[in-house]
Design a protein around this ligand. Structure first.
Ligand SMILES: Nc1ncnc2c1ncn2[C@@H]1O[C@H](COP(=O)(O)OP(=O)(O)OP(=O)(O)O)[C@@H](O)[C@H]1O
Ligand SMILES: [Mg+2]
Length: 443
């Protein structure tokens, strides 16, 4: 069964301003045009299927004026869960949502399978079923005909019911379920109108499915690239560990073996620490952008980043300097992540500089952004290097233990905050990396 969605309407959803009761006199065609327009307006506002269907269900219920509406969508496991519903009690949803095309039998299943049944009224030319009174209809049937059906609608007190297939070209991908406790509350014209707009629901779903597929493919591709990088990076130190263990074992019996053993242990320690550093960086990379955000002043975050980076810069005999306004527009961010991003820039700048030099961090507001620039007068980069610095695992510091994930983490954090990072560099003269973050208006 797919993830159950609540029947709640998204808070941004305005109620439908079109109602069948007011449009009925104008005829089916006009109502189809008006409601289609409404459906497409809602669909175009959304990029997520769940929220779109919830708003559609609310709008369709408002339009139809019946007490409950659900939208069932066929899934890959051949289930037809209610992806959105309005008005049905939770208990009804729990009972009816897990139906399977393979093991259950009911009116909904007949509609999705495009089947008829002698116990049901004939389907409309559009493939819908409509009953003005469930108790009247099923009450008139023989027990064995009635017994095949679940009849859950009737148990929950619904009398009028209509089931309208959602067709994508010649495939039925789901249905719209209308229910009401009053008899004859759903007219055949209303069913025709819904048949007319169901194709737009299908079209909107297709658009979102395509987008979801693309996003999934992109995510998989980036996970694949990262996994390949991790495997490549860890393979080297692991090979070194295995070789060192092998050499150590051979030397155990040898009288002069002690010195070799010490060398082997050193190799193992260095290689294992490298693996540990890579794993830690990958964890940071994976975590980027997932921590909660609050309105923060960038100056305070920059101050803390300076403190955190000072020792590491001092190891290279580099001093750090911070300048810029104390009061800047606030930015919605996770301060820990942003501090980590700035520290990475400061450490890179220090590592690129000759001992005795200074690294300068500057913060200022420009247009509707807050900017943080980290400048050094170090070795700089060639255009070819600059093209690769954000690639995971690209490093020119293999010998000193660089993982090449520092800037990937920075880029990921900045992007997740809706910002950008700009790089300027001249070989032999130095580099400046500038993070630009959207300022919160009015803050
Ligand atoms: N300020 C800079 N000046 C010159 N080169 C830089 C600068 N910042 C980054 N680079 C180049 O970009 C590469 C990638 O940087 P990144 O921070 O991603 O990894 P790293 O510093 O090599 O390793 P780690 O961050 O894990 O210690 C560096 O190896 C270096 O070649
Ligand atoms: Mg780095």
């Amino acid at each position: 069964m797919s993830v159950p969605t609540s029947g709640e309407v998204s808070p941004r959803s305005p109620p439908s301003d079109v109602r069948w009761a007011e449009l009925a006199s104008g005829g089916v065609a006009e109502a189809v045009a008006v409601l289609s327009n409404r459906v497409l307006t809602i669909a175009n506002r959304h990029v997520a299927k769940g929220a779109m269907l919830r708003d559609l269900a609310a709008a369709l219920q408002e339009f139809a004026g019946c007490s409950a509406i659900g939208i069932r969508i066929l899934n890959q496991q051949r289930g037809i869960p209610y992806e959105a519903y309005v008005g049905f009690p939770e208990a009804f949803y729990r009972l009816e949502s897990p139906l399977s095309l393979d093991t259950d039998y009911c009116m909904c299943i007949c509609v999705v399978k495009g089947q008829s049944d002698p116990a049901l009224p004939p389907a409309t030319p559009g493939g819908s079923f409509r009953l003005g009174s469930i108790s009247r209809h099923f009450g008139a049937l023989a027990e064995e005909q009635r017994g095949r059906f679940r009849n859950v609608c009737r148990r929950f007190g619904y009398e009028s019911v209509a089931l309208v297939p959602i067709r994508d070209a010649d495939r039925i991908v789901g249905l719209i379920h209308l229910a009401d406790p009053r008899q004859d509350a759903i007219s055949s014209e209303l069913v025709q109108v819904l048949e007319g707009v169901a194709a737009h629901v299908a079209g909107s779903l297709r658009r979102l499915w395509t987008e979801e597929d693309l996003q999934r493919a992109e995510r998989l591709a980036s996970v694949g690239t990262l996994a390949a990088g991790i495997a490549h990076e860890i393979a080297g130190p692991l090979g070194a560990i295995l070789l060192a263990v092998d050499v150590a074992q051979r030397r155990l019996e040898c009288p002069q073996g002690k010195e070799t053993l010490r060398e082997c242990l050193d190799t193992i320690q260095a290689a294992a620490s490298r693996c540990e550093r890579i794993v830690r960086s990958v964890q940071e990379y994976a975590r980027a952008g997932t921590l909660p955000r609050e309105l923060c002043g960038v100056r305070g975050v920059a101050d803390r980043a300076m403190e955190a980076a000072r020792d590491r810069a001092a190891r290279h005999s580099i001093t750090l300097r911070l300048s810029g306004a104390e009061r800047l527009p606030m930015v919605l961010m996770n301060p820990i992540e942003m501090e980590q991003a700035i520290v990475n820039l400061l450490v890179n700048a220090a590592e690129a500089s000759e001992p005795g030099r200074e690294v300068h961090l500057r913060v200022w507001a420009e247009a509707d952004q807050v900017r943080i620039a980290c400048g050094d007068r170090g070795c700089g980069m060639t255009p070819e290097q600059m093209e690769r610095i954000f690639d995971p695992f690209y490093t020119t510091k293999l010998r000193t233990g660089g993982t090449g994930l520092g800037l990937s983490i920075v880029q990921s954090i900045v992007r997740q905050h809706g910002g950008t990072i700009d790089v300027r560099s001249t070989p032999g003269r130095g580099s400046t990396m500038t993070i630009a973050l959207p300022a919160c208006s009015g803050a």
